[in-house]
Design a protein around this ligand. Sequence first.
Ligand code: PHE
Length: 338
Amino acid sequence: IRKEALAEVKEANNLKALQEIKVTYLGKKGSLTHVLRGMGKLSKEERPVVGEIANKVREVITAAIEAKTADLEQAEMEEKLEKEAIDVSLPGRPVRVGGPHLLTSLIEEIEDLFIGMGYEVREGPEVETDYYNFEALNLPKGHPARDMQDTFYLTNELLLRTHTSPVQARTMQDYGGTQPVKMICPGKVYRRDTDDATHSHQFTQIEGLYVDEHVRMSDLKGTLDTFAKSMFGDDREIRLRPSFFPFTEPSVEMDISCKVCKGDGCSVCKHSGWIEILGGGMVHPNVLEMAGYDPDVYTGFAFGMGPERIAMLKYGIDDIRHFYTNDKRFMTQYHHAK
Ligand code: PHE
């Protein structure tokens, strides 16, 4: 039995075969067990001799099976390690990362500039009341200048804001008429327009407001000059032209100088050498008063600009619809723009 069993263990080449050998020899019906069970039929003298031999044989077989099991497990592990090895020197698959939208990075760049000049960044609702969008800005119901901004009305009183200027009134109210205000507010605005290369029914604006004692027109000019040079380069000049907004008096439109050049990218600046980029002015006394500020003590300036327009000028983009049609070829060009 011993010889046979050891030979079989030696031959076994997998764990299942070993298990079968164990059953065949040592199991309940195994051949060695059979010998041990039959001991009762032996004489007193024979019993201890046979018993000793049978137990030894069992020990030897058990040890052989255990040793072989360990060998096979080891071999299996090595094979597995070999097969599943990872070549850490292979180059990885590139992970595609997204990037901020051009308008997002431009707005952040403008925010950073104004934060550096002491402005706080605020937000306001896109669904606005008629009161804040118009009335608090010196545009009472029926005022003809309301036509300057074709409006999406939701109800009689609710509308999609046509500009970020309502945030002027909201901020001044929050400050309670007693503290200076210095804020900018970026956000989406909406107008009833037919979309084409230069019009979009939804676009963005950045509002600016500075209210304090003794704020003058020259402060507005200096601030806008700093903005224009930081955005477009130190060689740019600005010029203010008279204009009209019901919520500022006097009102201005600001142009920046641009190189007169022929060919792509400069087309917006073909003729005069100046291009309009924003509107602004001194906050109208009525607006200050409605928001709780005494116009005899406080003065202020405000301005509103369109990031799309600025981006179009800065990067030579010829169609405003590029910002909103999510063509990846367009968008990824500007992931590292500055
Ligand atoms: N709200 C004006 C517009 O959308 C821009 C503006 C802002 C003008 C602040 C003056 C002061 O056209």
